[in-house]
Design a protein around this ligand. Structure first.
Ligand code: ASP
Length: 424
């Protein structure tokens, strides 16, 4: 046992070391190593790409089977539909509330810092913009029910998977003794997926190093300069949401120690930062909440995948600041009604943003359209979005975890002695 604990601590430290070393290696490659076959093809697009994406794909491989099995087990264990319904409603309300807070915070910071005032737009490199296709509300709602569950699983459609898995779980609980074989199958397969998560995570230091080094080798700082104010505003709002708003909510609703939460959750944030995808973070998030914080999988197997799909507070923050930035840069005045519209549409956009890299920028066009801002404005911020995407993904998944902890606490599904232990 002792040995195992030591190993876990080692892994966390290693992930952080690789984050730092990877950034340094990437920046050094970008500035000091001359472009050419060896740097670009062998190192960056060869070694870094293969190891980094190999690791990422291995984590992604786990998402669907893990979510599916653990959701079935979770809803089967909770059993009654009333509790499940209550947990569901509470979670969704909480998710929407935190997103609205996030976007309001972003708009306020945009008002204070004026990221777009006095900007020389002609200085900034523009990229091609993609515009989001909007699906109607009725369609979005209907889409939760899979016409073909196997297709839902194959496409990794999280809401459809959640729907189908909970349905199975409830029926398994109802039929009890008569379905022990099926119930045992899912529970054993679930254990297997958890073991696989731990096995894949052993490669995390290498994977994280390569992903980060490749990203930084590509970015460089030149594009950042005219955008520093915008970036600063986004970072500040993300920081306040991640380490302020969430931790205050955690303290108020659960009385648990926010510092302990942050310390234990940091490696998950590091993983989300290096991969920029909430979806791929699901297995690690569920595992960390369970092993280090005592949050029951019965809750997290439901709330974490749901959050990774519909709760994107970090993304909403970027969208709020982007609205302020572009309106200021183009000299467009927004009214109080416009701000309310932005809060509403960005909250909806957050639901529609998939937990994969860069999608927040695409759904941003929906927010811009709602208040008549020029969609070309998105081209201004596209060049520097990757680093913001990484940071906002870390905030996105922190919001899901805080909410999960609160809901688990309210349903007495958290082991406080595990949460309080610092040697885990
Ligand atoms: N990359 C983000 C996530 O996975 C989504 C986005 O804002 O683009 O949470």
């Amino acid at each position: 046992m002792k040995n195992k604990e030591k190993k876990t601590i080692g892994l966390t430290t290693w992930i952080f070391l690789s984050l730092i070393l990877g950034s340094i290696a990437g920046i050094m490659l970008h500035y000091w190593v001359p472009a050419g076959y060896v740097r670009d093809e062998v190192i960056i697009n060869g070694v870094f790409y293969v190891i980094g994406n190999g690791f990422l794909r291995a984590m992604q491989m786990l998402v669907v089977p893990l979510v599916f099995c653990s959701l079935i087990c979770g809803s089967m264990a909770i059993g009654d539909t009333k509790t499940l319904g209550k947990v569901g409603v509470k979670t969704v309300v909480f998710y929407l509330f935190t997103t609205a807070v996030a976007i309001s915070l972003a708009l306020s910071i945009g008002k204070l810092i004026h990221p777009g005032v006095g900007l020389d737009i002609s200085n900034i490199e523009r990229a091609e913009t993609t515009i989001a296709e909007t699906t109607g509300f009725a369609e979005t709602l209907l889409n939760i029910i899979p016409k073909n569950p196997i297709q839902g699983l194959a496409e990794g459609n999280m809401l459809q998977i959640i729907f189908f898995a909970i349905f199975i779980g409830i029926l398994l609980a109802k039929r009890g003794e008569r379905v022990t074989t099926v119930a045992r199958f899912f529970s054993e397969f679930n254990d297997l997926m958890m073991d696989m998560t731990m096995a894949v995570m052993k490669a995390a230091p290498f994977g994280v190093f390569c992903l980060i080094a490749k990203t930084f080798a590509g970015i460089g700082f030149d594009a950042f300069l005219p955008m520093l104010k915008y970036m600063f505003a986004v970072f500040l709002a993300l920081f306040l949401q991640g380490f302020g708003v969430y931790q205050i909510l955690l303290k108020i609703f659960t009385g648990l120690n926010p510092i302990k939460f942050v310390k234990k959750f940091l490696p998950v944030m590091g993983f989300a930062f290096s991969t920029a995808t909430s979806n791929a973070t699901i297995p690690l998030s569920i595992d960390t909440l369970d092993k280090k914080m005592g949050v029951s999988r019965k809750i997290s197997s439901f709330t974490i995948p749901l959050g990774a799909t519909i709760n994107m507070d970090g993304t909403a923050i970027m969208q709020g600041v982007a609205v302020m930035f572009v309106s200021q840069a183009f000299g467009i005045n927004l009214t109080a009604v416009d701000y309310l519209t932005v809060i509403a549409t960005a909250t909806l956009a957050s639901i529609g943003t998939a937990g994969v890299p860069g999608v927040g920028l695409i759904t941003l066009s929906m927010v811009f359209n709602s208040v008549g801002l020029p969609v070309e404005g998105i081209a201004l911020i596209m060049g520097i979005d990757r680093i913001l995407d990484m940071t906002r993904t870390a905030v996105n998944i922190t919001g899901d975890a805080v909410c999960t902890t609160i809901v688990a606490h309210q349903n007495k599904m958290i082991k406080k002695e595990v949460f309080d232990r610092m040697d885990l």
